[in-house]
Write a protein that binds this ligand. Structure first.
Ligand code: G3H
Ligand code: 13P
Ligand code: ZN
Length: 336
């Protein structure tokens, strides 16, 4: 199947009342893990690349790997998404490269750390929406900021400092015309989100319900949605790692979000944990091995298992065959 516009994928998810996992990639093995998981569970999927991923892999390598995935998995609807675009230029270059969706994260300034003003966020998001929609490409914006800075995105702190304000969310969507809206509900990127199992005190699921009530036709996005399973942390530590105890976002909380309008669920850290644990295991148990395939194969399989579990939990499993891909020209006409 050709790459699918994310807006179409999320509209379909709304019809079917499910969420779609958006998984980060940097290399071939991660793309393969996601596509195999999508095939095994018959799932539509969003594959996303951060600025760091584009730099690490080089745009052309990444894009051509995506084209290979589309060609090799013709039954899987796949959207190619820019994660956390920090500027108009990051998003326009992704669109020119062939991405079918971009996130302009104007909740932070271009440095990806400093919370921006509402006016700045509206202006940069609106400019991106005009450019993207004229080309049929979907846009995700963000209102409120996530916590943590460990992977370079986030305002620092606990994630509770700049929660989404529902009134601002309504004004933001009206002024910018985004297809999807990322909300800040207390999550952070990375492995250290909460010091104990999160309750409403630190993970404001009620905010999602509130925003959804006010914006029933806007697709909501949950960032920082890794669950940080204890067993993945334990494998890493068992084989020489040093990860501190931490909690992520429990899958049952994500499912509550999906019941209240969340259609895109961002997961990266859980896959990083699975990959690292599998590689460490080979290094410790078979120190004589030096062929990268000996550790990349189990790493790929470990990531696939996590992605499959999330696809089943988010409800996207079984929906790959529900629709034909719309072209970007069709989306262009739709936006007009
Ligand atoms: O948004 C955060 C994702 O986990 C991507 O992180 O910038 O290290 O590639 P990255
Ligand atoms: P995690 O770090 O929780 O996997 O979040 C990923 C994310 O939000 C990517 O944009
Ligand atoms: Zn994110």
């Amino acid at each position: 199947m050709p790459l699918v516009p994310m807006r179409q994928m999320l509209d379909e998810a709304k019809k079917g009342q499910y969420g779609v996992g958006a998984f980060n990639v940097n290399n071939m093995e991660q793309i393969q893990a996601i596509m195999e998981a999508a095939r095994a569970t018959k799932s539509p999927v969003i594959v996303q690349a951060s600025r760091g991923a584009r730099k690490y892999s080089n745009d052309q390598f990444l894009y051509h790997l995506m084209l290979a995935a589309a060609e090799l998995y013709p039954e899987i609807p796949m959207a190619l998404h820019q994660d956390h675009g920090n500027s108009f230029e990051t998003c326009s270059s992704a669109i020119e490269l062939g991405f079918t969706s971009v996130m302009i994260d104007g909740s932070l300034e271009e440095d990806g750390k400093t919370p921006s003003s509402f006016e700045y966020n509206v202006a940069v998001t609106k400019k991106t929406v005009e450019f993207a929609h004229a080309r049929g490409v979907s846009v995700e914006g963000e209102i409120g900021t996530l916590g943590g800075i460990e992977d370079g995105h986030g305002a620092g702190g606990t994630g509770l400092e700049n929660l989404t304000d529902p009134d601002q969310a309504v004004e933001f969507v009206e002024k910018t015309g985004v297809d999807a809206l990322a909300v800040a509900i207390g999550t952070s990127h990375g492995a250290y989100k909460f010091s104990k199992k999160p309750t409403e005190e630190v993970l404001k699921m009620s905010l999602i319900a509130e925003v959804h009530k006010r914006l029933p036709t806007t697709h909501l996005v949950m960032h920082g949605s890794s669950s940080v399973p204890q067993e993945l942390r334990e494998i890493i530590n068992q084989y020489g790692g040093a990860l501190k105890p931490a909690w992520g976002v429990p899958v049952e909380e994500i499912r509550k979000g999906i019941a209240h309008g969340v259609r895109k669920v961002n997961v990266d850290t859980d896959n990083r944990l699975a990959i690292t644990g599998a590689i460490r295991k080979v290094f410790v148990e078979s120190p004589e091995k030096f062929d990268p395939r000996d550790y990349l194969k189990p790493a790929r399989a470990a990531m696939q298992a996590v992605v499959e579990a999330r696809m089943n939990a988010f409800g996207q499993a079984g929906h790959a065959g529900d629709y034909e891909a719309k072209t970007l020209d069709e989306m262009k006409a739709y936006y007009k």
